[in-house]
Ligand binder design. Sequence first.
Ligand code: WQD
Length: 336
Amino acid sequence: MKILVTGGLGFIGSHTVVELLEDGYEVVVIDDLSNSSLEIIDCIQKITGKDFSFYQEDVCDLNALEKIFSEHKIDAVMHFAGYKAVGESVREPIMYYENNLVSTLHLCKKMLEHDCFNFIFSSSATVYGDPEKLPITEDCKVGGTTNPYGTTKYMIERILNDIHIANPKFTVMVLRYFNPIGAHESGLIGEKPNGIPNNLMPYIVRVASGELEILSIFGNDYDTPDGTGVRDYIHVVDLAKGHLCALKKAFDSEGIFYYNLGTGTGYSVLDLVKNFEKVNGVKVPYKIVERRPGDIASCYADPSKAYRELGWKAHFGLDEMMRDSYHYILKQHEDV
Ligand code: WQD
């Protein structure tokens, strides 16, 4: 079986390519390197001892997609490529709508032209907006998104539903990620955002490694146990394995399916800081500042549907997530 992975050199994409190769799939990656680098190819080859096809192209480029689908018989597509920085999406909505929507539309167009009917989509818990209940189940209300990034994910879910209705054989797995963190145990691949990190975990590891001076905690007056924001952090390797479970179901199903990929446990910002310090034996200096606009108090999954229907659940706990996140950044500093 041959799988096309868009954004396959990115954080979640690269971890999923590793799992695919180790599970015996052939892999084709398309990535424009806007948020990744060519060195990830060698890292994946070092981890797996396997090779894969790579195209440095933009998923919006119909000619590039035509070339790939003409040169390879693709059995399924995993679509990770997309811009994902919430703050940037507020400043650059046109860039976000154009890139995230057009890339998906062109991909689906080429899939149908080449009789490829299995689509695994990287969606996000952001589609739930401020959740109507906790823990969040897949039938919770969606669409109350509070930023263009989240709205692109919601709109793409709607688009994929319409494409499936028009083409019943076109089977879609919509995977709603919670907060992916951590890194492969090798320390060769992990989360390496360009510039100053927007997300909590990459910021914590850079404060701990001395790259950044102090962590700003965005508010401690939320209605949560310690007043800081609560999220469902999931190890990126657990998340990657969830994609393989969804892929297997896609091959023997027809329809559109929605799954929360989370652990079902919410941790606060202070929980992460304290756990990180304990596991890694380092201090993470912090200060409490104003809330970040658009943030919600709590968000965590009920992941039982993925367990029932995909046979998947997360295995790594917070200690491993903290350990692997720091191990990755230390290895990056070693290799510099
Ligand atoms: C987590 C918590 C912050 C940074 C976003 C996207 C979501 C998904 C994951 C792609 C919150 C607090 C953060 C900091 C802090 N991305 N925080 N200081 O906002 O839950 O979700 O990333 O799919 O779509 O919306 O993640 O890591 O930014 O924030 O106090 O420097 O950490 O307030 O409570 P978030 P995050």
